[in-house]
Design a protein around this ligand. Structure first.
Ligand code: SF4
Ligand code: SF4
Length: 440
């Protein structure tokens, strides 16, 4: 039995490139550029200045008063500069540039033993934990909403990515302790660990650790921690889809999962919560997948936050790369430069060959009215109608067809036999609708 949602696609998973690669130690670099915008919300505010000596784990920027998260130094060394550096989208944003002294002198928080709920919340806040599945929402801000059910997202439904799978396999106990601390911090009575059913070794390992495998949906209503097998399908790991697959509940349009008493946390976030509480270690490094056919040595490894992409390209021996993507191939973003550095949300870096990107360069044909885009849309939208309305300049109709509900998963573009860039068209339409709303 495996649980699922309606719609979705089955792209070639390409996980075989790295699924058997155990975690490697981090690549060391002389200089790390740590962004002050590691998360959704306001950038963190620096508390160090040029020339300051810093230790590994030391606070270098405090959270801004609005939604924000603090930032810590990933190495010991000296602050060389606080200046604008290139971001993933070619934008400039403030970074703390740290010269590594390679001494790894630590300044962690004191480890907590049997913390209370309040202590766990405070530690998650202090450690700068954010959603590590890509969204980067500060975890502390999410803890403000009381919930009964945690959905732990270990679906890893994007092709190529395997670091969450390896985390469940190699760091099972620590991951499960992190899930327990999240339950403590949120007051939830149950946690549903959701894993796609192609990750059999990870499922076995979590089961071996004493977590029962759910066979009937009714079991997910009990008190405790459960392992929920999900059908292998993209985008199984999207928030609304994973909630539906795990609980059978639909998040109403415009509402938050907390309105149903549910919160979704990424598997790596749970692991980082464990590190913050038991080791006193702030979020300064994370596991990543380096993959793609242009990488001669694809791997999974620990990466210090602020490591330049160029160094990771060297680490996996990428050559003849046609495109570099940060994140998964479906929802990730093309990187503009090797100067860009990793963030707390950087779960993967993919190096694609000409052949791997050939499909996206295929000529666009006219719509043949096959309806495939409609049948795969997990949000039950009609992508073809949104696209046609937008191209005719009729934004009102595009909105009526639900353009704003599109979560930009790319499933419609993927299946379109005419290679129509539906998702890109809808993304542009959403932007225009937002601008129109702003103008009033
Ligand atoms: S319309 Fe949006 S949500 Fe639906 S398949 Fe296309 S990209 Fe995904
Ligand atoms: S999948 Fe492509 S060709 Fe088929 S209806 Fe949708 S837009 Fe038209």
């Amino acid at each position: 039995m495996a649980f699922t949602f309606r719609g979705g696609i089955h792209p070639p998973m390409q996980k075989e490139l790295t699924e058997n690669c155990a975690f490697l130690p981090p690549v060391e670099t002389k200089e790390l550029c740590v962004s002050l915008s590691q998360h959704i919300g306001a950038p963190a505010i620096p508390v160090v200045k040029e020339g300051d000596e810093v230790k590994k784990g030391q606070l270098i920027a405090r959270a801004a008063p609005a939604i924000s998260a603090p930032v810590h130094s990933p190495v010991s060394g000296r602050v060389r500069a606080i200046e604008n550096r290139l971001g993933l989208f070619g934008d400039l944003s403030m970074h703390v540039v740290i010269e590594n002294d390679f001494l790894e002198t630590e300044d962690y928080l004191p480890p907590l033993h049997n913390p209370t709920q309040q202590q766990a919340i405070e530690r998650i806040t202090q450690a700068g934990i954010v959603g590590m599945g890509g969204a980067g929402f500060p975890t502390a801000a999410k803890l403000n909403f009381p919930v009964q059910t945690l959905v732990i997202n270990a679906a890893e439904c994007e092709p190529y990515l395997t670091c969450d799978y390896r985390l469940l396999l190699e760091r099972t106990d620590e991951f499960l302790r992190g899930v327990d601390y999240l339950k403590l911090a949120t007051g939830a009575t149950r946690a549903l660990i959701c894993v796609e059913n192609n990750k059999t070794a990870a499922i076995r390992e979590v089961e071996k650790a004493g977590v029962p495998l759910v066979r009937f949906r009714k079991q997910t209503q009990g008190v405790g921690t459960y392992l929920v097998p999900l059908k292998t399908k993209y985008p199984q790991g999207s928030e609304k889809q994973i909630i539906y697959s795990a609980t059978g509940k639909e998040v109403p349009e415009g509402a938050l999962p907390s309105s149903l008493g549910i919160a979704v946390y990424n598997a790596h976030t749970a692991f980082s919560v464990y590190e913050a509480i038991e080791l006193g270690k702030p979020l300064i490094e994370r596991y990543m997948t380096l993959s793609g056919r242009a990488a001669k040595n694809p791997c999974n490894l620990l990466v210090k936050i602020g490591t330049p992409f160029a160094l990771l390209a060297e680490r996996c021996e990428a050559s003849d790369t046609r495109m570099v993507v940060s994140g998964g191939p479906m929802m990730g973003f093309c990187s503009v430069s090797g100067e860009v550095c990793t963030k707390k949300t950087s779960g993967s870096l993919l190096f694609f060959t000409k052949e791997e990107v050939a499909d996206s360069a295929a000529p666009v044909g006219a719509c043949i009215g096959c309806g495939r885009c409609v049948s795969v849309c997990p949000m039950r939208l009609m992508p073809v109608m949104i696209d046609q309305s937008a191209r005719a300049g009729n934004l009102k109709d595009a909105a009526r067809y639900g353009a704003q509900q599109c979560m930009e998963c790319g499933s419609c573009s993927y299946v379109c036999p005419a290679k129509r860039p539906l998702m890109q068209s809808i993304r542009g339409t959403k932007k225009k609708l937002r601008e129109e709303k702003k103008r009033g």
